[in-house]
Design a protein around this ligand. Structure first.
Ligand code: UD1
Ligand code: CA
Length: 454
């Protein structure tokens, strides 16, 4: 791996809103949200106006994070990977923060939470400009896969349906809407739990809350939906029965992996979803040739790349925007934060924290070290307890350690500073800022001075 520091330090700290996104059980890749483009024949409408009362939080529910990424990012990622380019988000509680988070998607505000049908109606003026279909999905179901959405869209198109509903079979249908099918097996309506009679209550097939609608038919049907007598809300689900009664075609697609449909309503749900995402990431890495010594205690964020035959030991945390080469040895108890690049055969041992730091091939950083904003060359030994002082109280400064250098234990390097190639920093030294150490020199002391005759 080449050390090209300029390119690296010019980058944004965390690619949160940018390129690398996560798709459950699939390659992490590049996705692009193009904002709202009504010329396309399908757009997505993400319903995210709810407060999420059961989260007991001041943060809007969809902005709570799973391994560093807001819940709604996972939804947007799947939507984008399904091929949809135009995204509209219905926001309410915390609308400004949500709008900021989903940029450049178009945001429509629903001031009062009058139901899922009402949320869709808020987008009517925008959607009216579109001719084709709309995928309606909840902002709090982060694990639905792009492949599932693609499958729905494909079936919707090939059957020429007015509505296609994503369904699942659950042993305990809980409070989900029940899918009621007619004698021919076609979906006749969706009955909400509060309306379900004894027979319907037992139905195990439920409404996941993800749909593809033909836009014109959707709004024709919605115009006939009356507020629910018990809750006073406009139920989006009521459109299904209306569509059927007016002779329109309604299709269902059954989700195979019920893990996908988890909706985040509480912190417990959040932990369950995190566990699922975590497992997918670790399994993916293992399948690609990385040893994960103890998956239970290892946390690796979406988008992390690790080369084959690298080993990640227990109790290690690797955050987003980290890439490691092959044959690396990471942990136990290591923390790699955003902007870290490790070459091949790098060792990062216990209680080592790295952030915005590049490390060249064959370098060893084995114990109790903090390196921030640092470029380390090849074949460097960074002694136990080495600390870079990268923050001067105002800004972050860079440390450079040339190839072949030896940093003695307990050294403190005050950035900005450069340690030349093959230089030696004696144990316990403090190298002051701008006191660059020439190539091949040995320095020692507090402050560090060049040792003559070496
Ligand atoms: C809804 C479905 C139910 C389905 C379930 C799946 C209806 C009437 N019922 O029930 O059949 O099984 O989802 O999770 O749709 N929202 C708004 N504005 C509102 C109300 C809701 O934006 O006024 C958003 C919420 O933020 C959420 C989504 O719509 O993302 C679903 O709303 P929620 O209240 O959770 O519906 P459920 O009762 O779960
Ligand atoms: Ca819900």
């Amino acid at each position: 791996m080449k050390l090209r520091s300029n390119e690296f330090f010019g980058r944004r700290r965390m690619p949160l809103r940018s390129s690398i996104k996560y798709e459950i059980n699939s390659e992490v890749g590049q996705t692009k949200i193009v904002g709202f483009d009504f010329m396309k024949d399908i757009v997505a409408l993400i319903l995210a106006a709810g407060k999420g009362t059961r989260m007991r939080s001041d943060v809007p529910k969809v902005l709570h994070t799973i391994l560093g990424w807001p819940i709604i990012d996972y939804v947007m990622n799947s939507v984008c990977k399904s091929g949809i380019e135009g995204v509209i988000v219905v926001a309410g509680y915390g609308k400004d923060e949500v709008a900021e988070a989903v940029k450049p998607a178009k945001v429509i505000v629903q001031k009062r939470l009058l139901g899922s049908g009402d949320a869709v109606l808020r987008a009517k003026n925008v959607l009216k400009k579109c001719s084709g279909d709309v995928l309606v999905i909840c902002g709090d179901t982060p694990l639905i896969r792009a492949a599932t959405l693609k499958g729905m869209i494909a079936k919707h198109r090939t059957t020429n349906a007015s509505a296609t509903v994503l369904t699942a079979r659950l042993d305990d249908p809980a409070s989900y809407g029940r899918i009621v099918r007619d004698n021919a097996g076609t979906i006749a309506k969706i009955t909400e739990k509060i309306e379900a009679g004894i027979a319907e209550d037992d139905i195990k097939e439920v409404n996941v809350g993800t749909y593809v609608f033909r836009i014109k038919d959707l709004f024709d049907a919605l115009s006939e939906v009356k507020p629910n007598a018990k809750k006073g809300e406009i139920f989006l689900t009521d459109t299904i029965e209306i569509l059927r009664k007016t002779g329109k075609r309604v299709e269902g697609v059954e989700i195979k992996d019920v893990d996908e449909m988890i909706g985040i309503n509480s912190r417990v749900d959040l932990a369950k979803a995190t566990e699922t995402v975590k497992k997918h990431i670790l399994y993916k890495l293992m399948e690609s040739g990385v040893t994960i010594e103890d998956p239970a205690s290892t946390v690796i964020f979406p988008g992390v790349k690790i080369g084959r035959d690298s080993v990640v030991h227990s109790n290690t945390v690797i955050e987003s925007d980290v890439e490691a080469g092959s044959n690396c040895d990471i942990g136990p108890f290591a923390r790699l934060r955003p902007g870290v690049r490790l070459g091949d055969n790098v060792e990062v041992g216990n209680f080592v924290e790295l952030v915005r730091t590049r490390v060249g091939d064959n370098t060893k950083i084995k114990h109790h070290t903090y390196l921030g904003d640092t470029v380390v060359g090849k074949n460097v030994n960074v002694g136990a307890g080495t600390i870079t002082a990268n923050f001067d109280g105002k800004k972050k400064n860079q440390t450079r350690i040339g190839s072949g250098a030896f940093i003695g234990i307990g050294s403190r390097l005050i950035a900005p500073v450069t340690i030349g190639e093959r230089a030696v920093v004696g144990a316990g030294s403090v190298v002051p800022k701008n006191h660059n150490v020439p190539a091949g020199a040995t320095v020692i002391g507090v402050p560090a001075r060049i040792l003559k005759g070496r």
